[in-house]
Design a protein around this ligand. Structure first.
Ligand SMILES: [Zn+2]
Ligand SMILES: [Zn+2]
Length: 96
């Protein structure tokens, strides 16, 4: 095993917890920015991208680094999307 691989392995091990914390902070900030943009009229809540339901949709962030780029999803499809992402993340981790 080369030095690079060892470094990558250590990195993976050490960064898991702080990274999760950072993701959480990013998500909170993104949700806050969306709420503020809606109130200011800069962002308009849309219908669910999956089923088209127009009521009580939630902004989903494919990328928390782009807080104002959201996909509108109803409660059900939002939960489904997160389930899918979690499953995918788990898969990626076990195949690293
Ligand atoms: Zn839906
Ligand atoms: Zn989401």
């Amino acid at each position: 095993m080369g030095r690079k691989e060892i470094a990558a392995k250590n990195n993976l091990h050490n960064e898991t917890y702080p990274k999760r914390k950072a993701d959480e902070a990013k998500r909170n900030k993104a949700v806050y920015l969306v709420t503020r943009a809606i109130k200011a009229g800069r962002l308009v809540r849309g219908p669910c991208a999956v089923c088209g339901v127009a009521e009580r949709t939630e902004g989903h962030h494919p990328d928390y680094d782009k807080p104002l780029e959201v996909v509108w999803l109803c409660n059900k499809h939002h939960a489904m999307e997160h389930k899918r992402i979690r499953a995918q993340r788990k898969y990626n981790l076990t195949t690293l």
